[in-house]
Design a protein around this ligand. Structure first.
Ligand code: GAR
Length: 192
């Protein structure tokens, strides 16, 4: 018998705080959600998010980071072992190789704190403020070999006020990240 009837098995990669992870765990517990979070892997064994996942009885693996290829090798083993259907990156600050993406062979989604295709990479809020943009936002996209360039699944914007700082903007964007990541995952899975 299927262990989690109707639910897809999800792994989440994180690097730190894990507020998106926490939010996804909450979402996964809802009756109508399409996901069951099976494992959480971090390149940082001290990542705050691992503690929360562990308290939620999810398997956690903090892999001490030596280089990306050994991290990928170890996590690939776990993804296969637990028969993961979808990998979600949530504040994962390493770049996965094309080789890993190919070998995993299941879809990978990422949340990025900008209105892609604007501001790929780091310091997105700083760049949006510096450029006097009217809007900032967050995007959920498919992960491909090219950094922050895969198809956008869902995107939402927020107004940048004159009074906004990097910190205040980060806070506002994080709020919408929490709204759209669960929605994007469910949308993506129902279209598979
Ligand atoms: C989030 O803002 C996420 O969009 C960003 O890191 C933060 C993680 O917060 N991700 C990236 O910048 C990926 N390039 P969290 O750990 O509280 O979820």
């Amino acid at each position: 018998m299927e262990k989690y009837p109707g639910k897809r098995k999800i792994a989440v990669f994180i690097s730190g705080r894990g507020s998106n992870l926490k939010n996804l765990i909450k979402h996964s517990k809802k009756k109508n959600s399409l996901i069951k979070i099976i494992l959480v892997i971090s390149n940082n064994p001290n990542a705050e998010g691992l503690k929360y996942a562990s308290r939620s009885k999810i398997k956690i693996f903090g892999i001490k980071f030596k280089n990306i290829s050994s991290f990928e090798k170890n996590s690939l083993k776990l993804l296969k072992k637990y028969n993961i259907d979808l990998l979600c990156l949530a504040g994962f600050m390493k770049i996965l190789s094309g080789n890993f993406i190919k070998k995993f062979s299941k879809p990978i989604l990422n949340i990025h704190p900008s209105l892609l295709p604007k501001y790929k990479g780091l310091n997105t809020h700083e760049r949006a403020i510096k450029n006097k943009d009217k809007f900032a936002g967050a995007s959920i996209h498919k992960v491909t070999e090219k950094l922050d360039s895969g198809k956008v699944i869902l995107q939402k914007k927020v107004k940048i006020l004159k009074s906004d700082t990097v910190r205040s903007l980060e806070k506002k964007v994080l709020k919408i990240e929490h709204k759209i990541y669960p929605k994007a995952i469910d949308k993506f899975l129902s279209n598979l």
